[in-house]
Write a protein that binds this ligand. Structure first.
Ligand SMILES: Nc1ncnc2c1ncn2[C@@H]1O[C@H](COP(=O)(O)OP(=O)(O)OP(=O)(O)O)[C@@H](O)[C@H]1O
Ligand SMILES: [Mg+2]
Length: 377
């Protein structure tokens, strides 16, 4: 065990031993890849979509027959930037000292990219200076088909995929769909944090990607499994934590991955070697205090009515019937149509989400710390 390492990650991915569960999901994605099926991951924010992709990639270890390439396209604004990112990801994925790597790097160089170096990490960055969008389309096609013609399986994960809807080149979806369909050895995993836009791309019958992938829904991590994971991480570092404390954390965060990781990270960082429920409660209070400025900023971004509605939903924790007389009356929210409008606005701003993947769907506040804070304000 690394002595100063905090085993609860709040960004990125380390290895399988710091990753909780997701066994079934990992197996299913791998089965899809093996059977030439592309996967789209659907889930609410901060539940662990990106982490799962990293975990699947990590599970292939040194398998030389599979090459996994990850691109996060959130920062791209157009097809040119998409092409640059794609070429950079491919270029950096292959070590030049291996024969396949040499071949691929030579092939990319034939496309005449400009190579610069990232000023922070020194990694090579590729960019193309081409006359128009059509030339970028051609370059994308060359990159994909060259990779596809090598004797290996390529897995491309494109994260924050909904970003393509922001490109001025409106044919990007159709263009990528064509590649996805025609490549023989290349499989894709699509993922995005904006559920509404991802649904629009993949579940709208009028759009190119409709019914082209296997849709996978990523749910909350099972409470028992998260409990065991938290206990193990603390035990690995010779820390004692009381069972009530772990129950308290999972209750406080509703098992939502990011918030649970954050809470545990903070608790671990306190250095306490024998964690009791009262330590845990006081860490919860510290976390809320730490986030208070952000909560006030949220309040400034909402109307008074929206803020009141958010507070009401937070107090309910799970709101099953937003239009019931008792809910509207209890919190003085006006009319049913005012509540409808408020809910739409809060959903749009990603302050709440609608969990429809359970038998009795409900609305819930996204940010679990904000939810707990609002319950007391
Ligand atoms: N199974 C897991 N076990 C432990 N930590 C995890 C797990 N899955 C994700 N995490 C951690 O939780 C945090 C949120 O995960 P991640 O960024 O993968 O979520 P996401 O769904 O991609 O979020 P977004 O919607 O913002 O893109 C990260 O810090 C990640 O390290
Ligand atoms: Mg993500």
């Amino acid at each position: 065990m690394e002595k100063d390492f905090n085993p609860f990650l709040v960004s990125g991915y380390k290895d399988a031993s710091h990753f909780c569960d997701r066994e079934k999901e990992t197996a299913l994605i791998k089965k899809n890849l093996q059977n030439n099926i592309n996967t789209t991951l659907f889930a609410i924010r901060r539940i662990g979509k990106t982490g799962l992709i990293r975990h699947v990639f990590n599970s292939y270890g040194n398998n030389k027959k599979i090459v996994c390439i990850y691109v996060d396209i959130l920062s791209t604004q157009n097809l040119q930037e998409f092409t640059n990112l794609l070429a950079t990801a491919i270029y950096n994925r292959f070590p030049e000292n291996k024969s396949l790597g040499k071949k691929i790097i030579e092939a990319i160089k034939l496309l005449r990219p400009l190579i610069s170096f990232d000023e922070f990490n020194g990694n090579p960055e590729l960019s193309f200076d081409l006359a128009d969008a059509k030339k970028y389309e051609k370059t994308i096609q060359q990159l994909f088909s060259f990779l596809d013609s090598q004797n290996v399986k390529i897995v491309f994960a494109i994260d924050e995929f909904q970003q393509i809807l922001e490109y001025p080149e409106k044919n990007t979806e159709a263009l990528l769909r064509t590649h996805v369909q025609t490549l023989k050895n290349t499989q894709f995993i699509f993922c995005g944090s904006n559920q509404k836009m991802m649904n629009e791309i993949f579940n709208n019958a009028k759009r190119p990607f409709f019914a082209s992938c296997s849709n996978m829904h990523l749910d909350f991590i099972d409470k028992k499994k998260y409990y065991a994971f938290i206990a193990k991480m603390f035990a690995n570092y010779k820390r004692k934590i009381s069972p009530e404390s772990i129950d308290y954390i999972l209750e406080f965060t509703c098992c939502h991955t990011f918030y649970t990781q954050f809470f545990c990270n903070y608790l671990f960082a306190s250095g306490n070697k024998n964690i009791t429920i009262s330590n845990t409660r006081s860490v919860a209070a510290d976390i809320l205090k730490l986030n208070e400025n952000t909560f006030y900023q949220y309040r400034n971004l909402l109307t008074v009515a929206q803020w009141q509605l958010l507070q009401a939903i937070s107090k309910e924790e799970k709101l099953y019937n937003a239009h019931s007389k008792s809910f509207i009356g209890k919190y003085g929210l006006g009319t049913s149509s005012m509540v409808s409008r408020g809910i739409e606005a809060l959903k749009e701003k990603e302050m709440i989400f609608y969990n429809s993947s359970v038998e009795k769907p409900y609305y819930e506040t996204y940010d679990k710390f904000l939810m707990r804070w609002l319950q007391h304000h």
